[in-house]
Design a protein around this ligand. Structure first.
Ligand SMILES: Cc1cc2nc3c(=O)[nH]c(=O)nc-3n(C[C@H](O)[C@H](O)[C@H](O)COP(=O)(O)OP(=O)(O)OC[C@H]3O[C@@H](n4cnc5c(N)ncnc54)[C@H](O)[C@@H]3O)c2cc1C
Length: 485
């Protein structure tokens, strides 16, 4: 039997295809990266099927591109060397909801829509990035380390033990999932990272180059009993960062985000483009959004404590900041914003990032909060040089780890049908990334054009990564031509 027949037999003919029309769906995404169709697509239903497919591909040197979401922004699932797309969308089971250990175990194809809805029924939620598309895989967002808007929980890393299929086809369980009898073992996976080694950093941000993750455990939290959404107009970014530095280490607030007028206008607009244009002009340069919440026990007292603390800090140290339940000029915003922060972006409405001009390119990295203003000035300067108006850049700053660090994200919107505009954005993006890297920006997720820029600066690191990769993926079948592989 040839490789194609063997692959088709594993998942069944109706879950396998080499029809060019069907393969076209995997050839492009919302990024500017060139199209690259696979030769086959297979949709496995179990870890065993994943393992069988990977084994056949390894024996036959067929590249494997794991693909769990239906929405992609960074070109990481576009096959660069053909091969087989392993579409994980059929593996969409929520395997366990474990209230005692506050964790949920689910497969790679489980979407934000499904997980948030199922957990809501039981009074739980998982912390989430800003407006993840409803059809994105939750597992991949955490694998990619999308920063959650909620940074109050001390575990920092909500992703825990998981099951993976190595590039040679072996199934491997890590961390607490490695004990005999799991998931019916006495601890039920309650110990987050023991007794086995937790290899999750090995797979995180690896863009599918290290193996296929089939399911994971994720921390979950109670849905707050009470919330207050607070807003502040921000004119001076450094001042806002100092304020966050004062309050976030005290574990004040749940969700906290800083958005410039372009991003906030795009998130809030309903009538396009009229609302967007109006809001973009009317909103302040930056808006700080801080949600304070009372959880399960004594919610009123918790909120009162946080409000008192905030009032004291504002009065004594930050008298230029007006933090209140209303953003002046925008009545009713608090009722509108909380559902936006707590739910995925609905599947039937184009994502706000694509509403502006049809497509966008995001440039994001980690830095110290004190350097955020520097990077904002720098990106605006570079964009202006390329003829991209500084006032059209979407900017979102996510404080992380109690404001020890932050993640600025710059979004350049463009018309995907305009090839010249697309080329300009690509050139601008590459130059900005190189310049920012020189200034100390940390790119934890080097997609596409970023990879050579980042790895060139870390020769010994890249050499060690390649050595490690060879151990686990001797034939380099896993998503080749990504990162430094
Ligand atoms: C909100 C938050 C809270 C945190 N809290 C804590 C804390 O309390 N204590 C703590 O110790 N750490 C904490 N961390 C983690 C810490 O900040 C760093 O993320 C971590 O130390 C990175 O080191 P590393 O050795 O795991 O990865 P590095 O070796 O620095 O690698 C960086 C990235 O490259 C990837 N990578 C690494 N090796 C490989 C490989 N061989 N192949 C492919 N990809 C690879 C990883 O996926 C990783 O994301 C926190 C992180 C966050 C975001």
């Amino acid at each position: 039997m040839d490789a194609k027949s063997k692959l088709s037999k594993v998942v069944g003919a109706k879950n396998f295809s080499d029809d060019p029309a069907k393969l076209q769906a995997y050839a492009t995404d919302f990024s500017y990266y060139p199209a690259g169709a696979p030769n086959y697509v297979a949709k496995p239903a179990t870890s065993e099927e994943v393992s069988e497919i990977v084994k056949i591909c390894n024996e036959n040197n067929i590249p494997v591109v794991p693909c769990s979401s239906k929405v992609h922004f960074y070109g990481a699932t576009i096959p660069k060397e053909g091969g087989l797309v392993l579409d994980m969308s059929r593996m969409d089971k929520i395997l366990e909801i474990d209230p005692d250990n506050r964790r949920v175990r689910f497969e790679a194809g489980v979407t934000w829509d499904k997980l948030t809805n199922e957990l809501k029924k039981k009074g739980f939620r998982v912390i989430m990035p800003l407006t993840p598309p409803a059809e994105r895989s939750v597992l991949t967002d955490f694998m990619e380390r999308e920063e959650p808007t909620n940074q109050v929980y001390d575990y920092g890393e909500p992703l825990q033990a998981m099951e993976v299929v190595w590039p040679t086809g072996e199934v491997f369980r890590m961390g607490s999932a490695s004990v005999n009898g799991y998931p019916d073992s006495p601890s039920k996976g309650g110990n987050p990272s023991g007794p086995g080694l937790d290899f999750y950093r090995f797979f995180q941000c690896a863009q599918g180059t290290m193996g296929v993750v089939t399911w994971t455990n994720l921390k979950m939290e109670f849905i707050p009993k009470m919330d207050k959404v607070l807003f502040a107009r921000i004119d001076d970014l450094d001042y806002a960062m100092d304020f966050l530095h004062r309050i976030l280490p005290r574990r004040i607030g749940q969700e906290v985000v800083l958005l410039n007028q372009v991003d906030l206008a795009a998130i809030l607009a309903q009538e396009w483009p009229a609302d967007f244009d109006k809001l973009k002009t009317a909103l302040p340069p930056w808006t700080l959004i801080l949600v304070i919440s009372g959880l399960l026990r004594r919610p009123e007292e918790k909120i009162a404590y946080e409000e008192n603390f905030l009032a004291q800090v504002l009065r004594d140290e930050f008298s230029n900041l007006r933090l209140g339940e209303n953003l002046p000029g925008f009545p009713g915003l608090r009722n509108k914003l909380l559902p936006i922060l707590r739910n995925p972006w609905p599947a039937d409405v184009p994502h706000w990032k694509n509403q502006v001009k049809g497509a966008c390119q995001g440039l994001f990295f980690h830095t110290r909060p004190g350097k955020a203003q520097h990077f904002v000035t720098k990106v605006k300067e570079i964009a202006t040089r390329y003829g991209y108006p500084a006032s059209d850049i979407g900017i979102y700053i996510q404080p992380i780890e109690h404001n020890r660090a932050c993640r600025p994200e710059f979004t350049f919107f463009y018309d995907p049908a305009n090839e010249a505009e697309k080329a300009t954005i690509r050139a601008l993006y590459k130059e900005a990334a190189a310049e920012l890297l020189k200034d100390g920006a940390v790119f934890t997720r080097p997609y596409g054009d970023l990879a050579p820029i980042v790895y060139e600066k870390a020769a010994s690191y890249a050499a060690n990564l390649k050595r490690l990769k060879k151990v686990f993926d001797p034939n380099n079948i896993m998503n080749p031509s990504n990162l430094c592989f």
